[in-house]
Design a protein around this ligand. Structure first.
Ligand code: GLU
Length: 281
């Protein structure tokens, strides 16, 4: 089998920390070709200086990757084309609901069933007539695009499986996501759509990422089947934990690679802190 093509796909919403270093080195060691992708579709949270810093920090750590780096925000028209195709097949519908309306439509927030992405959407806007949709769009109301999950499950032969290294074929349960958002009101695409599109486009054959994203793979496999994209293999890794036993996260001020470097740590020491004490390849 040829060596796998893997990718590291950070969102530049802050400086990279040890958890990112773990994910990046894991991706490099799991495959033969490493690609890099900046998942910066959320324009309110991502910053170009964080993107530049990420590339510098990864190079300092000793990683190298193939060019070009894919920058998602430069490709909104490609995601729009995929969405238009799904919409033409009757698999998407516009949703005008606000968060408050979604909570209220189920009586109380705690009564909404929970999916992997949070509260499940009760389907209010699925029932709108074409005239009602046109009227709201003409009035300039902002809307998200949601996948009609029941319709999607009807067009894709069930069951679907994803191939997890070390576990084999795992049966997918995408229905648990409900009518998931594929284009947000404030961002003309969603993480789920862009990640599947780009993994296919970039020829990624092995997706490595944290186990926190394993539930999303159930939905990703459905999107791949709907769009005719190949299914990569998956290898979800454990998350690096801080001294308190909790997962490292930006919001908890996990040590950034930059701070460690400024404190005099060498790349080898930082790789060891990130869980890779051996020199590797
Ligand atoms: N951009 C995501 C993150 O930073 C990773 C997405 C993925 O690997 O599928 O958590």
């Amino acid at each position: 089998m040829p060596p796998a093509t893997t990718r590291f796909a950070p969102s530049p919403t802050g400086l990279l920390h040890l958890g990112h270093a773990h994910a990046a080195i894991f991706a490099q060691r799991a495959g033969g070709r490493l690609l890099l992708r900046l998942e910066d579709i959320d324009r309110s949270r991502c910053r170009p200086d964080y993107a530049a810093a990420a590339l510098q920090d990864l190079a300092w750590l000793g990683l190298s990757w193939e060019q070009p780096v894919r920058v998602q925000s430069a490709h909104f028209s490609e995601y729009a084309a995929v969405l238009a195709g799904l919409q033409a097949r009757g698999l998407l519908y516009p949703c005008f609901c606000t968060r408050a309306e979604i909570a209220a439509s189920a009586g109380a927030p705690h009564q909404l069933p929970l999916g992997p992405d949070g509260a499940l959407y009760p389907g209010t806007c699925r029932a709108l007539t074409p005239a009602q949709r046109a009227e709201r769009q003409a009035a300039g109301l902002p809307y998200a695009l949601r996948l009609d999950m029941a319709a999607a499950l009807r067009v894709v032969p069930q069951p679907l499986y994803f191939d997890e290294v070390g576990e084999g074929l795992l049966r997918c349960d995408p229905a648990g996501f409900g009518d998931v958002v594929l284009a947000r009101k404030d961002t003309p695409a969603s993480y789920h759509l862009c990640v599947c599109h780009d993994d296919a486009l970039q020829g990624v054959t092995l997706v490595t990422r944290g186990v926190d994203l394993k539930p999303a793979t159930h939905l990703h496999r459905l999107l791949q089947a709907l769009c005719g994209w190949p299914a990569p293999r998956y290898r979800h890794h454990g998350l690096l934990l801080g001294p308190d036993g909790r997962r490292l996260a930006k919001r908890d001020h996990a040590p950034t690679l930059r701070a460690l470097r400024d404190a005099g740590r060498t790349p080898a020491e930082v790789r060891a802190l990130a869980g890779f004490p051996d020199p590797g390849d």
